[in-house]
Each structure stands twice: as C-alpha cells, then as structure tokens.
Design a binder for this molecule. Structure first.
Ligand code: MGD
Ligand code: MGD
Ligand code: MO
Length: 806
C-alpha cells in the first residue's frame, strides 16, 4: 500500500501536472485510507531556520506551481498581501528586496498552481473514492473551476451554474428559520467579503457566525478584552525591534511566522534578549539564517533565544505566576503605573505570594533557578514584550493563563510604552480583520445598532453559535443550512467522527472554496461547492480591477490587489455573497457592493469605529493603524482601568501510563492544507503519521523509536483512536508528546474546551499508546539517534554559556 502511495507521489513530483492527474496515477481502488500508515522517514534535523535551505525550498514550490511573479510583489505597497500568516509588513522603504518567506511562497504556490480540479475529475471519482485520498492528495487535485452540486443520495458531484446554485441557496434560506442557518468563516476572507457575509447572516436574522478564531486566538481575545479593554495585541513592529526582552511562549515562528525571525534578528542586533518557553526545541527559535541578507546567508546565522526553557505542556500559568512572584519579592514592580492605571493589584499580589513551589515545579518541570534567570533579564530590560500563539490558547485554562501574562506585564509597567506589551501572534492573514468588521457570534451592541441605521433592518440581538456550539447544534438536528466562506470546517474542528456525522444531518451545505478539501466529502443531504478567486487572482468587477483590504496581527489595515489571471469565469467572494443576498432579500445594496468594493468600504466606515477616511488611508503605502487604547495607556474597561486578576493554578495531571499530546503544524502544511510530506526542522520526511515522545517516557511506556502505535485518547464520554503512528524518540518535555494536526483531530473530544473562550483543547489531550495491529517496525533510527545526540550536545553548550553569563 505504501508503494502505491509512493508511486502516486513520484508521478506528482515532476511537473505542474494536468487536470485530474493526482487521481489518475494511483488506481483509486488501491488508494490508502486517509487514516492508514504513511511510512514517514526519520533523519537528521535542520538546526537553523531559513537561510539557503529556505530559499531553495521556496523556489522549488514556486517553480512547481508557477508562483514566481506574484512573489516579487508580495507584502509590498501596491502588491498582494501574503495569504500565509498575519505577521505585519515593514514600513515602506524598509522592506527587503523581496518580502516573503519560504512558507509564504508555499501559500502562494498552492493558490497559483496550474493544476485544475475540473468536472471531469469529479466525474471520475465518487465521494467514497475521494474520502480515501489524503488531504495532501486532495490539494494536489488543483484549483476548483466549476460550481458542483451533490444531490441527495448521489455518488458524484455534478456541475451546475453559479446562477442555479444561487437560486437554490436563496430559496432554501427563504424556507428555514433564521436560527437554523450557520455561516462559518475562515480567516483569509478580506474585510470587504467578510463585512458582506456577516450582513447576509444578520439580514437573514441570525448571529450564527462561527469562525476559525473560535479554535485559534479566541482565548487571547477573551483574556485581553476583560483586562485591558481590547481583544487585540498592543505592540507594533517598531516595538518588537526595540524591545529589551521578548518572551516567546507557545509559538513556533520558524515554521508559522518566518518573517517574525527577521524582526527578532533586528531586535537582537540592537542588544535585545529573547527567552523561549516551549516543550519542543523548535529550530527557528534557536538559530536563524536570514535569507534577506548576505551576512545571514554566509555566516552562521543568529542565535535567537538567550534562554530556551523546555517547559511542560500547560506549565505557563505556573511559570508566569512564579515569575511575577519573584519580581514582587525583589521589589521590582512599577508602582506608579499600578497606582495610576490599574485595579485589582493588591488581591493579585496576595494571591501570587501564596503560590506553592511544589506546584510550580510539577506544572513547569523547570528548576527555580530558571525562573530567577528570567527575572534577572526582565529587570535588566528596557521594555518587555510577551509573544504567544497556539501553545497558549488551546488548553482548558488558556484564558486564565493569558490573564496571568497580563498581570505580569501590568505589574512591571510593560504596557503602553515603547518596546513593551502583549503580542498574540495571529494565524490566518485576515482573521483579526474579519472580527473587526463583524464576523462574531457575540457582536457588541454598538455595531448592531450601527447596522440597523445603515441598512434599515433590525439586526438580531441574540448571540449565535461559536464553532463548537455549531457542531453540537448540527449533531442535535437543529441546523438545516451550513455555509462556509473558505476554510475546511470538518477537518479543522475537533472530534472528526462526531463532526462528520453532524454535518450529514444538515439539509444543505455550501462551501465557497479555492481548492478541494475534506469538508466537501462530508456534506449535508445536498451539497454545493462554489469555487472562488484567491488573494493573488485579479478581481475585475463591472469592468474595474478591485482591491480588497486586510488587517495584520498588529492592527495595520492595508490594501491587497491580485494580479494573476485565474481560471476564467470564477466569481469573487463579494460577488457570491451579493448574488445570494440579492436573490434572497432583493435590496439594491447587494449588487452595488459587489460592483464596486469602495461601496463596501463606505459601509464599513459608517458602522465600524476607526475606519474614518478608509478609502484615502488604505491608498497610502503601508495603510493605516486602527485605534488601540492600551498603546496610549487608555483602558476601555468598565472603570477605565487595566484589571489585574486572580487565577487559580491547577496542575494538569497526566495519569500513569499516559502522555499529554499537543497537536502541531509541520513545516510543510498550512492548517489542513498539506503542501508536502516533510518537516525538515524536525527531521521527518515522506510521511506525517509520527508521534514525538521523550526517550525516558518511551522507556517507561515500553515502546521504542520506530514502533508503530495507535494513539488512544481518554475522556469521560469514551475513548477515541487514531491508528498507526511511528514513535519518534525526541527531546520534548517529559510526558509531553506531540503529533500533527489534522490527523489527530479525531482524538480531541468535542466537549473538551477552554473555559470562557470555548476553544477546543487541541494542545492538551490525554492519550495512551497501544501497539498498532499487524504493523511491523520500520527502519532503524540510527541516523536519527546521531542527530539527537548532536542536539543534546548543543543543549549542553547552551547551558554552559548560560552558566558563564550568570
Ligand atoms: N506555514 C504555516 N504558517 C502558519 C500556519 C500553518 O499551518 N503553516 N497556520 C497559521 C495559523 S491559523 C496559526 S493560528 C498560527 C499558529 O502558529 P503556532 O502557534 O506557532 O502553531 P503550532 O504548530 O500549533 O505550534 C504551537 C507551538 O506551541 C508549543 N506548545 C504546545 N503546547 C504548549 C504549552 O502548553 N506551552 C508552551 N509554552 N508551548 C506549547 C508547540 O511546541 C509549538 O512550538 O500559524 C499561522 N501560520
Ligand atoms: N488539532 C488541532 N486542530 C486545530 C488547530 C490545532 O492547532 N490543532 N488549529 C486551529 C486553528 S489555529 C485554526 S485557524 C483552524 C483553521 O481552520 P480553517 O481556517 O477552517 O482551515 P484551513 O485549513 O486554513 O482552510 C483551508 C481551505 O480554505 C480554502 N481557501 C484557501 N484560500 C481561500 C480563499 O482565498 N477563499 C476561499 N473562499 N477559500 C480559500 C481552501 O479550500 C482550503 O482547503 O484550525 C484549528 N484546528
Ligand atoms: Mo489559527
């Protein structure tokens, strides 16, 4: 079976292929089930991020998928905003010759591929056959070209016209109750499309607008909104460059935000320090060879992290409590700042002083000296920033953990001054903008009132479903219409088996997509796929080329203009929303917006604070900044002060014989889109079904590097199994295993979510390992063991260096 897989990939590797090729080569009868073992190989790890290797890999992907031209204008004024991550662009005039990274290149290549997923492809493969394709193989089918419809009980999707699809969707919306409709959004959608889409839902009469943010930075928004009065980060790119100390927690920028490494390099060159807290030794945090500079390419690169703390999964709340307590004991608080701007200080201090050392040790796995060293760095630094991502947001106590980071920043006065503040690093390139323009199941009253005024209907006030609530409602038969503006709902959400079955209960599912994905294969009774333009594609409406706008992770809004000619006849996202809205509700504003996106921007200006003179200001190179109170020490909370909070420490227990599994991204994927089967920073190639386990845990559990095991998660409502993963002995923290998502989403119980934010706990799943049925062990891990030794040696070097400094 693995041979059939490799044959299919070999046929794949050569040229940008013909339409449908991905399916033809592999005799689908023999295709592997998407849950079968894929024979990953384990070799030496690449220790530095980017550099020649990165450029070389970027070019490979770009040439394979004809993406060279769009890359040159990526993230430049007048060009395309990278559809990869939300890291901000440098100021005009300060950019590199090219402003993209290896993974931005892959994101663009994925979109600009010459492959086409045509009606012939769908005629050739039934739904049942396509379910046997891996996510990687589905992506290789290429860009969708034609609206497709799956009739109830049919085995194949069949082509229809956009007009037929719009008529059917509008008729369906007219026949159901508003609360029976769910409108999901992924974070790549532009401000313009997102604003129109939320209007469609609210015009129908529902706030059922779940989005990918519910699975992503919702915990950050929840923690920051209540403490500092804005659910966003408080720093700018200039702050990153000048921070005295940056603490990077639960984030792997080398893979997921590679352009951040260039900003960190600049900060280090100016004398800044970096501390990383992570259970895994991530390559980019250790060493970076900047591909934009000759020095970066030729020299040994920059060692980024001064201190690398191998913290246990979910140890961060305890870490920040212990750090704050240490600073309280040293009398190192900013008492003026606390007195002027904050409430809750005394209660927080009292609670922190009662912290138990044993609990800190159990939760973090770190020695007390490690925490003192970080306290030294905090005291020495002029300005401290804390950056974080999914390693913090996807746990049961994520919101308290992030509130504890806010406590630390407030206690030390590191908020609202240069080089200091909170920096949740966003994922999708416009996930923050989508929320700003109204994609939210719990919209604020002022926004709804503004919509009422602007459009002359009464927007619904009742809160809608978030992602997990939407799945529960579908499961319970309460949803009759599901629409997705981008994304891959069924694959990205937890409890895959539950979600697939839930989706099947919906009458009509509609996916607006650029590429085929697993969600299209787990449809409702009737399913419609509407192909659409991507960010890099030229978007011409009513004879004019249209620009869209997006907001980056630091609240800068700027324009993006696609320039490539995509497959002819594709409708844009705004056009799709407008045509459905026009047919369902008939107002003139729908088509007026789709004909000219400036009209959408005028409506946003009239309804969302901070967008005054929108059109004029996005025309400026680099765009404009949205208002951000904490940057000026303005805290728009109930009492106008920043709030310290009291957060109970609960140590995540790992029962004997079990592990805590965190699910991460490999270097060759974008969420559920799999670009390739390698993860070279972690030494993995040719397959994805690996589980990283600490060698001491392997010994204790009686498994060896190379064994093939099933992962079984345990939850109060039963066990879940993900079959066939190769054990990789790896220097992750004790009891803290790691494996890739989305293969492991099947293990995350739907009801296991974070307090307050309801985010699935994808980073703390309790599992045990069982030998996989009928699987022989694979090739020896000798080469791997050698690279592990090298890593251990480098760890020792670092420890020595640290000791020398101390
Ligand atoms: N190339 C590429 N870029 C991307 C994406 C992609 O898939 N591919 N996805 C985009 C999206 S939507 C997002 S949200 C971001 C995600 O960006 P990241 O958050 O960097 O993504 P993950 O791979 O989930 O990595 C989580 C990191 O947290 C660590 N970690 C896990 N649990 C804990 C913990 O309890 N404590 C601490 N301290 N660390 C922990 C893991 O070891 C890992 O290094 O990236 C965005 N950019
Ligand atoms: N276990 C586990 N689960 C997770 C996570 C985790 O760390 N662990 N991370 C979570 C996070 S942070 C996130 S953000 C979610 C991501 O959840 P989603 O945003 O739903 O998933 P993506 O994989 O980013 O969506 C990919 C699909 O988007 C479509 N697409 C791409 N570009 C465009 C476009 O321009 N327009 C349209 N209309 N469609 C487009 C393509 O069809 C592609 O197949 O997953 C979450 N799930
Ligand atoms: Mo995300």
């Amino acid at each position: 079976m693995a041979d059939a897989r490799r044959a299919r990939e070999a046929g794949d590797a050569g040229e940008a292929g013909q339409a449908g090729e991905a399916g033809q080569a592999g005799e689908v009868g023999e295709a592997q089930s998407a849950t079968a073992y894929d024979d990953p190989r384990v070799g030496p790890r690449q220790r530095a991020a980017a550099g020649f290797g990165g450029i070389h890999h970027a070019m490979d992907f770009a040439i394979r998928d004809r993406a060279l031209l769009p890359l040159i204008t990526l993230n430049k004024p007048g060009g395309v905003d990278c559809p990869g991550c939300a890291w901000p662009d440098p100021k005009p005039g300060e950019e590199g010759i090219v402003e993209f990274c290896e993974n931005g290149a892959k994101a663009v290549a994925e979109e600009t591929t010459a492959r086409r997923c045509t009606p012939e492809f769908f005629a050739e493969h039934s739904i049942a056959e396509l379910r046997e394709f891996t996510d990687y193989e589905l992506g290789r089918a290429g860009r969708l070209t034609t609206p497709m419809r799956l009739a109830p009980g049919d085995t194949h999707y069949r082509p229809i016209s956009y007009e037929q699809a719009y008529d059917e969707i509008a008729a369906h919306l007219g026949a159901i109750k508003p609360e029976e409709a769910v409108f999901y959004t992924s974070g790549r959608t532009s401000n313009e499309a997102a604003f129109m889409y939320q209007l469609l839902a609210r015009r129908l009469g529902t706030n059922n607008l779940p989005d990918c943010s519910n699975m992503c930075h919702e915990s950050s928004g929840a923690a920051l909104g209540t403490t500092i009065g804005i659910g966003k980060g408080t720093v700018t790119l200039e702050d990153i460059h000048r921070a005295g100390l940056i603490i990077i927690v639960g984030q792997n920028p080398g893979t997921n935000h590679p352009r951040m490494l260039a900003a960190l390099e600049k900060q280090k060159a100016a004398g800044g320090r970096i501390v990383a807290l992570n259970p895994l030794p991530e390559a980019g945090l250790k060493n970076f060879k900047n591909p934009q500079t000759i020095r970066g390419m030729l020299r040994g690169g920059t060692d980024l992290a001064d201190e690398y703390m191998r913290i246990r999964v979910n140890g961060d709340l305890a870490f920040f409590q212990a750090l704050s307590r240490e600073l309280i004991r040293r009398d190192a608080l900013d008492t003026d700042f606390l007195a002027t701007y904050c409430t809750g200080t005394e209660a927080a201090i009292e609670h922190l002083l009662a912290l138990s050392d044993d609990e800190v040790r159990a939760a973090t796995g770190l020695r007390p000296e490690a925490i003192s060293r970080v306290a030294d760095l905090v005291q020495e630094a002029d300005g401290v920033i804390v950056c974080w991502a999914m390693g913090l947001t996807q746990h049961k106590n994520s919101v308290p953990t992030i509130r504890e980071i806010v406590n630390f920043l407030l206690l030390t006065g590191n908020m609202g001054k240069p080089g200091a503040g909170a920096c949740p690093v966003r994922g999708h390139s416009n996930v923050q903008g989508d929320r700003t323009v109204g994609i939210w199941e719990k919209p604020p009253e002022h926004f709804l009132a503004a919509l009422d005024r602007e459009f002359g209907f009464a927007a619904p006030r009742k809160h809608g479903y978030d992602t997990v609530e939407a799945i529960r409602a579908m499961r319970d038969g309460a949803v009759r219409f599901f629409m997705a503006m981008g994304g891959n709902f069924v694959r990205a959400t937890p409890d895959t088996a539950v979600t697939e079955a839930a989706m099947a209960r919906v009458d009509l599912t509609v996916h607006v997509s650029t590429k085929l994905n697993g969600s299209h294969l787990h449809p409702g009774a009737t399913s419609i796929i509407l192909p659409t333009l991507g960010r890099t594609d030229e978007d011409r409406q009513a004879g004019r080329i249209q620009s869209v706008s997006v907001e980056d992770s630091m609240g800068m809004v700027h324009a993006s203009t696609g320039r490539r000619t995509a497959h002819r006849g594709l409708h844009s996202e705004p056009r799709i929303v407008a045509e459905i809205g026009h047919r369902a509700f008939g107002e003139a504003y729908w088509r007026a917006m789709a004909d000219d996106y400036r009209v959408v921007r005028r409506h946003i200006e009239a309804t969302v604070p901070g967008f005054e003179r929108y059109e004029e200001r996005i025309a400026a190179p680099g765009g404009f900044a949205l208002p951000n109170g904490p940057r000026e020490r303005r805290f728009e909370t109930s009492d106008g002060k920043a709030h310290l909070s009291v957060n109970e420490l609960e140590v995540l227990q790992c029962p004997p014989g079990h592990l805590i599994l965190q699910t991460v991204r490999s270097h060759d994927q974008y969420n559920t889109t799999i670009y390739g089967l390698d993860d070279r920073y972690r030494g993995i190639s040719g397959g994805r079904r690996v589980v990283f386990v600490n060698p001491a845990d392997c010994a204790e559990l009686g498994v060896a590097d190379g064994d093939i095991v099933d992962l079984i998660s345990v939850a109060p409502d039963g066990e879940r199994r993900a079959p066939s993963f190769r054990v990789v002995a790896y220097d992750t923290a004790r009891q803290c295993a790691a494996a890739y998502f989305p293969e492991t989403n099947v293990l995350v119980p739907l009801d296991s979510t974070a307090e307050t934010s309801n985010t699935p706990t994808s980073k703390s799943i309790i599992i045990r390992l069982e030998p996989a049925a009928g699987q022989a062990g694979v090739a020896s891990g000798e080469e791997y063991a050698a690279s592990g030794a090298e890593y251990a040696a480098s760890g020792a070097e670092q420890a020595a260096a640290t000791a020398a400094r101390a």
